[in-house]
Design a protein around this ligand. Structure first.
Ligand SMILES: NC(=O)c1ccc[n+]([C@@H]2O[C@H](COP(=O)([O-])OP(=O)(O)OC[C@H]3O[C@@H](n4cnc5c(N)ncnc54)[C@H](O)[C@@H]3O)[C@@H](O)[C@H]2O)c1
Length: 334
C-alpha cells in the first residue's frame, strides 16, 4: 500500500511519523507532501527516504490512500479532490466545516468506490469506549447531564500558526478541540443535542474561550473550552443511577460512581500507551481498509452530527460578556 501524507507540519511529525516509522515497510513508500518543500523533505528524511512533492495533485497517481493533515479550512477541498481521483482518504479532525461538506465527501467516496474516514482520536480511547458501552448497558441509568471543562494554555508547535491566525479564518477552539469534544458528546448522547446558548471571546478572529449549553432528550450539556489557561479538565457523564468521569487526555482509567454513591476507578486494558500508538491503530485500520480487508474505524458519516453542531455553533455564536472592554473603543478614540 502506498500512502501520501498531505501536510508535513506538527501533527504529521508528532503522530504520523512515529507511527509510520514503526511500520517501515509502509514508511519507505510514503510520499511526503507539503507546499513548503523544506517541511516535506524533513518528514521524508525521518521516514527513511520517502519521496516528496509540493502539490498533492501531482502525487495522487502514485498513491492508494492519503492522510490529510493540513490546516482546517483546507480539509474539505483537498479530501474531495483526492476522492475524485479515486484515492482513499484518512482526514485529520475536523473533517470539514459544514454538514453539507461532510455529505459531499461521503457521496463522492461512494461514487468512486473508495473510503473517507477521520482521525477523531478520542473515539479510539478505551475509556470513552467503555463509557459508551456502560451508558448503552444502562449502568448509570438515564443520562441527565454531561459536563465538560477542558483546555490548556495553547502551546502546540504548529508549523503555520493557523490555529490562532485571523488571516487563516475566524474559527478557533470550537472547530479545533471542539471537533473532538462535540463528537464525543454526540456519540455518547446518541445524537446531536439542540444548542441553547453559545458564546465566545472572538472579536472577529479565532475564539480562545467558548461556552456551550445544549440539551438532548432531557440531558443537559454544559461545555467550557479554553486555550488561555491550564484547567483541571473534567468530562463527567451524570445519570439517574450514577456517574462516569473520564479524563480527556487519559485513556486507561475512568471513574464510575454507582447508585449508592460509591466511586471506583476502572482500569481499562489498552494496547496503546502513547498518542502515536493510538494513531497507529487508526493507521493500521486505514491500511487494512485500502487493502479491502477492513472497514473504517471512524467513517466520515459518523462525525456528521458533530460537524453539524459546530456549524450551528458558528452560525449562532455571540460574544460573551466582557464588561471591561465596553466603551473601550470610544475611550481610546478608535
Ligand atoms: N487528532 C488530533 O488529536 C490532532 C492533534 C493535532 C493536530 N491535529 C490536526 O492536524 C491538522 C494539521 O495540524 P498541524 O498542527 O500539523 O498544522 P501545522 O500548521 O503544523 O502544519 C500544517 C502543514 O500543512 C502544510 N500545508 C498547508 N497548505 C497545504 C497545501 N495546500 N498542500 C500541502 N501542504 C499544505 C503547511 O505548509 C504545514 O506544513 C489539523 O487539522 C489539526 O486539527 C489533530
Amino acid at each position: 500500500v502506498r500512502l501520501g501524507l498531505i501536510g508535513c507540519g506538527a501533527a504529521a511529525r508528532a503522530y504520523y511519523v512515529p507511527s509510520l516509522r514503526a511500520r517501515p515497510g509502509v514508511a519507505a513508500g510514503v510520499v511526503a507532501i507539503d507546499r513548503n518543500l523544506e517541511q516535506a523533505r524533513a518528514v521524508a528524511a525521518e521516514l527513511g527516504g520517502a519521496s516528496v512533492a509540493t502539490d498533492f495533485r501531482e502525487a495522487l497517481d502514485r498513491v492508494d490512500g492519503v492522510v490529510v493533515a493540513v490546516p482546517h479550512t483546507l480539509h474539505h477541498r483537498i479530501a474531495l479532490e483526492c476522492l475524485r481521483r479515486g484515492v482513499h482518504v484518512l482526514c485529520e479532525k475536523p473533517l470539514a466545516e459544514t454538514a453539507d461538506e461532510v455529505r459531499s465527501l461521503v457521496e463522492e467516496a461512494r461514487r468512486r468506490g473508495v473510503t473517507v474516514s477521520v482521525n477523531n482520536t478520542r473515539r479510539m480511547y478505551p475509556t470513552f469506549r467503555v463509557a459508551h458501552r456502560l451508558l448503552r448497558d444502562g449502568a448509570i441509568g438515564r443520562l441527565t447531564a454531561i459536563r465538560i471543562r477542558e483546555g490548556e494554555r495553547f502551546g502546540w508547535d504548529s508549523a503555520t500558526g493557523f490555529y490562532v491566525d485571523p488571516r487563516a479564518g475566524d474559527k478557533g477552539i470550537v472547530l479545533d478541540l471542539g471537533a473532538h469534544v462535540l463528537d464525543l458528546v454526540c456519540w455518547l448522547a446518541g445524537g446531536a443535542p439542540a444548542l441553547e446558548a453559545c458564546q465566545d471571546d472572538s472579536f472577529g478572529g479565532p475564539e480562545s474561550v467558548a461556552t456551550i449549553r445544549a440539551r438532548r432528550d432531557g440531558c443537559e450539556i454544559e461545555i467550557l473550552l479554553n486555550r488561555l489557561v491550564d484547567l483541571d479538565p473534567r468530562f463527567t457523564l451524570v445519570g439517574e443511577a450514577g456517574a462516569i468521569e473520564c479524563h480527556p487526555w487519559e485513556w486507561k482509567t475512568l471513574r464510575v460512581t454507582n447508585r449508592a454513591g460509591r466511586t471506583r476507578a476502572v482500569r481499562v486494558p489498552t494496547r496503546s500507551n502513547t498518542y502515536p500508538e493510538l494513531v497507529g491503530e487508526l493507521l493500521d485500520n486505514f491500511l487494512g481498509v485500502i487493502a479491502g480487508a477492513e472497514t473504517p474505524l471512524i467513517p466520515a458519516a459518523e462525525v456528521l452530527p458533530s460537524i453539524a453542531l459546530i456549524e450551528a455553533y458558528y452560525r449562532r455564536r455571540s460574544r460573551m460578556p466582557m464588561p471591561w472592554y465596553e466603551g473601550l473603543e470610544a475611550r481610546i478614540g478608535a
